[in-house]
Write a protein that binds this ligand. Structure first.
Ligand SMILES: Nc1ncnc2c1ncn2[C@@H]1O[C@H](COP(=O)(O)OP(=O)(O)O)[C@@H](O)[C@H]1O
Ligand SMILES: Cc1ncc(COP(=O)(O)OP(=O)(O)O)c(N)n1
Length: 515
């Protein structure tokens, strides 16, 4: 099973001690072309689920080709902006970007010392990629005085070198060494970024030498996207990190989530068609993708692919297809299926209770009832003449527990995502098995002929299509966080589907009597 990009990024069991919608302040310069500075910060904060605020340090006249002019308003006015915000609003995280000159830095330092926000991310913006200065050279010393107040510093390689007064690193290992030196000097965490190095990968690493992370260096790598559209990547990443950190409270988790989102924003940046130079990244790529009907269902199906492949490779499925499956395994499977269906029926009823429309309520209520009817049918027609333990097996127990836990605490959309694999994977596996039985001339002497015929159930196929459509619609109506939780619930259920088909091989006992 390949790991889902979402499961790494939004683990359901990850610590989530912060606010669902963190209030994040960007203290940065304005980029009127919208790709960097506060404009990029506000988009990034919103894209990652935060409430964005902005105090403007400087105005630039710039576009995707470079910076034409910089205007730094009086620093006291910045202080008035900052005081206006902090006297009224609790700030969960601050991202600091372009500061312009030493008077601005002094005001920001005074305000941070007074307010002490819980999360401070400092992107020490000095020179734009275009080569234009965004911080006066005379202000570099003042900038260093701000570093101890930051929890995380996110310099690019030229900025890292400038802060240390060393030549710029040209290799990843020496960049990490520089990161360690800066982290040791200021006692905080440094994000060393590999964007400026050549090569097919683009690594980033959290570096802390005082034991505040699980390791001194936590490296997260990713592919390098072939694009010119990297304007504002540093701004976007640092504000995304501040937002996720305020929610998650774990820098490693925050970097994984922010980096994965930025990768999508870089990959899809071409669709924006903004400017003739280094264009911006697509901050809201994930929302547009998810709002197309069928797109979320297609992503789910792609995620289920490797699990389906595993299912087809299982001895149980191959034995069912060839007819050589030991009867003991088949009996175990039937008995566990009956137990499972009883639990599944309760979860379907819960989906009905949460359904937003009468059509969906009716669909799930009927599905819940049909589930109990199939359970009775299994007992009446299939299990009454067979020997199989009626004790709940470990996989059945875990699968039903997962479904019940999801239905107890998950939203309608998440419950549907957990329910769906039992429809979708089962329908697909059944379709394939039935097709191969028919292709083989539907032999009447096939040991499981009667069972394989039950897979040709057009009503179940139609119900599966409806369940997929309802799940897709719930994803479109939901938030990004909800879709991530749906993805996790879906993948978890897919894994249980595979385990369920494999359970007879592992747990069916040779001659256990019923009861
Ligand atoms: N071409 C690219 N492909 C993938 N990730 C990139 C690319 N360029 C930059 N990044 C990522 O963007 C973020 C900002 O990196 P960097 O370009 O080094 O900083 P800055 O924008 O401050 O100069 C980092 O997470 C880096 O890994
Ligand atoms: C107003 C403003 N702030 C910061 C930058 C620099 O942006 P950054 O994300 O570091 O990357 P580049 O745009 O330089 O590639 C800026 N240009 N403007």
């Amino acid at each position: 099973m390949t790991a889902s990009p979402y499961s790494a990024v939004y683990p359901l069991d990850a610590p989530n001690p912060g606010r669902a919608t963190p209030r994040v302040l960007s203290i940065a310069g304005s980029d009127p072309s919208g790709g960097a500075g506060i404009q990029a910060d506000l988009k990034s904060i919103a894209a990652l689920g935060g409430y964005g605020m902005a105090a403007i340090t400087a105005l630039t006249a710039q576009n995707t080709m470079g910076v034409i002019a910089v205007h730094v308003p009086p620093a006291q006015f910045l202080r008035q902006q900052l005081d206006a915000i902090s006297s009224d609003i609790t700030i969960d995280a601050v991202k600091i970007g372009m500061l312009g000159d030493a008077t601005v830095i002094d005001e920001v330092r005074g305000w941070i010392e007074e307010v002490r926000p819980a999360v401070v991310v400092l992107d020490p913006v000095m020179v734009a990629t275009s080569g234009d200065r965004l911080l006066r050279e005379s202000a570099e010393k003042a900038l260093r005085s701000l570093l101890p107040l930051a929890d995380l510093i996110t310099p690019n390689l030229p900025e890292l070198a400038m802060l240390l007064g060393e030549p710029e690193a040209t290799e990843w290992e020496s960049a990490l060494d520089q990161g360690k030196r800066l982290a040791a000097e200021y006692g905080n965490t440094v994000l060393v970024k590999g964007g400026h190095l050549p090569g097919p990968v683009c690594p980033d690493a959290l570096v802390n030498t005082s034991g505040m992370l699980s390791r001194d260096v936590i490296e997260i790598t990713g592919p390098r996207v072939e694009t010119r559209n990297s304007h504002g990547t540093g701004c976007s990443l640092s504000s995304a990190l501040a937002t996720v950190q305020a929610r998650r409270g774990d820098w490693e988790v925050s970097l994984q989530e922010a980096k994965s989102w930025l990768l999508g924003a870089l990959t899809t940046s071409g669709a924006l068609e903004v400017g003739q130079g280094n264009g911006p990244v697509h901050h809201f790529h994930h929302l547009q993708q998810a709002s197309k009907p069928g797109a979320f269902a297609a992503t789910l199906w792609k995620e289920a692919g490797p699990e389906l492949e595993s299912i087809y490779g299982l001895p149980f499925i191959q034995g069912l297809q060839s007819g050589e499956l030991p009867e003991r395994d088949f009996n175990y499977y039937l008995a566990q299926d009956a137990i499972y269906l009883n639990g599944y029926s309760r979860v379907l009823a819960r989906a009905g209770a949460l359904a937003p429309t009468e059509e969906e309520q009716l669909f799930w209520a009927k599905a819940s009832q049909q589930c109990l009817e199939v359970e009775s049918e299994l007992h009446r027609n299939w299990l009454s003449t067979r020997e199989a333990s009626t004790a709940t097996g470990p996989v059945t127990k875990s699968y039903v527990d997962h479904l019940l836990a999801t239905s107890a605490s998950g939203s309608y959309a998440v419950v549907l995502a957990a329910i769906l694999p039992c429809y979708w994977l089962y329908a697909e596996v059944g379709r394939q098995l039935h097709a191969s039985y028919v292709d083989a001339g539907a032999p009447a002497d096939h040991a499981y002929a009667e069972w394989l015929k039950t897979y040709a159930d057009e009503d179940f196929a139609a119900a599966t299509r409806k369940a997929i459509n309802f799940t897709d619609a719930a994803a479109i109506a939901g938030s990004e966080m909800e879709r991530a939780a749906m993805m996790d619930a879906f993948i978890q259920s897919c894994r249980y589907e595979t385990a369920f088909f494999d359970a007879p091989r592992l747990f069916a006992q040779p001659s256990i009597g019923r009861g």
